[in-house]
Design a protein around this ligand. Sequence first.
Ligand code: 0RA
Length: 642
Amino acid sequence: MEKFEHEYNAEQIQVLEGLEAVRKRPGMYIGSVSIRGLHHLVYEIVDNCVDEALAGYCKNIHVKIEPGNIINVEDDGRGIPVDIHPKTGISAAETVYTKLHAGGKFGGDSGYKVSGGLHGVGASVVNALSDWTEVTIQRDGGIYKMKFERGKITQKLERIGDSDKTGTTVRFLADGSIFETLDYEFEVLETRFREMAFLTKGLHIVLEDLRGETPKKADFCFEGGLNSFVEYLNKTKEKLHDKPIYIEKDGEFPVEIAIQYTTAYSETILTFVNNINTIEGGTHLEGFKRALTKVFNDYAKSHNFLKDKDNNLQGDDIREGITAVISVKVKEPQFEGQTKTKLGNSEVTGIVQSMVNESLSTFLEENPAVAKSILEKCVSAARAREAARKARELVRRKSALETTTLPGKLADCSSKIPEECEVYIVEGDSAGGSAKQGRDRRFQAILPLWGKMLNVEKSRADKIYGNDKLNPVIIAVGAGIGADFDITKIRYGKVIIMADADVDGAHIRTLLLTFFFRYMRPLIENGNVYLAQPPLYKLSKRGMDDIYCYTDEDLANAYKDLEEKGIPRDQLGLQRYKGLGEMNPEQLWETTMDPARRILIQVKLDDAIEADKTFSMLMGDQVEPRREFIEQNAKFVKNLDI
Ligand code: 0RA
């Protein structure tokens, strides 16, 4: 919005070409045309409203999903300027919706969007990818309206009435010929808006879904900002101190941090740059970690928490059980890394570091009781780390002696090409036996597990190394665990969990997924983890091929199909499978293992934040939230869990 004194005629031509380019290669601008890209359109529009809120002018954002998947976003900001450039006749508002700002958000290394200051960056992209867009602006005593189709103006901005309010309303229908689906997922938008509301203290965001018979509504406003975020993440965890530690400073750039320790063994640190989740971390996280390590070590030494003064606490010890959210606003962020979600600006490290150094050491001096409970936990984490190191060395030495011995129970496949190999992790000896006989041994390996699996959510790393249930899994996968995990070393392209479709099966599935999530997360992120889907029913009749049904719905459909072919229900034998063990090797192959016929569910990590919460809740100490979750998701849990 800064300059409107360009050569407009030339500019205009460029505008059209620009939006054509967006329609030709939408992925460059919004990542993909899947549901993810679709949701991105809404985020682009809402981001502009959040910018207006950050500038101090907008308090409320109201997002509606209307019937027909029309999105309506209304804010009470100043309203996009409506003044018209005298030479060109083009309004500022029209320019915002038709001018493609330099570079695409996902396009190469230039032009990454800087939220918090630069208005209207994505609006033209949304416009270009929409069947139609309507913009209504209230400002300067009037109501103004303009319309577009597929990015081209069809109704110039005109004053249609009077208003003493200010604000902007955008309504659009995404282009069905571009997107794979137009079906917005309420829960996905809800999660993102909750996050946005946490990140912008006091901003009120309402999301309404008016598509179904019963409308849905989510309403977010957090006066506590990041403190509220951390409390939300820790809802089902045991806290070491009541209130989060809060750091907020506007130095060279704004930094906001909230920290709360729990009794958990995992660490959850979320980082944001200009409200964008930097999943791969970067210099802000680096600065935070350095300060944390230094401040706690200094405090431990000066207050005699360490027996051996030369023995420092390590970063990992100090981060055990931590939940923290870090939010920085940087003018020209450099994003690096595989998914361009790692902050690269080197000046950020030192600034965050000195800020945290100062605030945190003051906090500890002023709150000795909190300092004590955190440090006691750090010290016991350090002891456990030492024990873990010994356990690990023992494992290493053993395996060095026995030269890469694979677990005795593992029936390996003959191929050694990871991309084509799969390992089935199977619960129980009898199912394991059938799987071994039924498999295609060229590329399918079987690893049977039995007995009680370790709950990693309640165990420290020292219990995990050398654990007789997990060790075979670690060695079979072959890529190490934790910080040592190396995805390039995996021995199988597919790691498939095969468990019964009952409560015990769900339990073992959850335990294994928790383990993969906490100790081999790249395996999930890379899409290597799958759940096998054994059938629930078999329908049979003499002279007819058996029909396997994987859900109750499948069964109902099969009955209907057969009835239409003149085969009534009472002539059919129905077998209900209670467990994998009831199937013979051949059946197991046909229904659950044959790549041509089986159903595999790929475990995805769309939202690591929510997954983290779910795992700590499902596998953690508190019973009540778990019971609630299972009641609310009874069907979900029964069929699939997580
Ligand atoms: C630039 C200047 C001004 C408002 C905005 C942008 C603005 C953009 C959007 C996009 C969605 N909602 C918005 N609200 C405001 C106002 C400049 C002024 O009044 O002086």
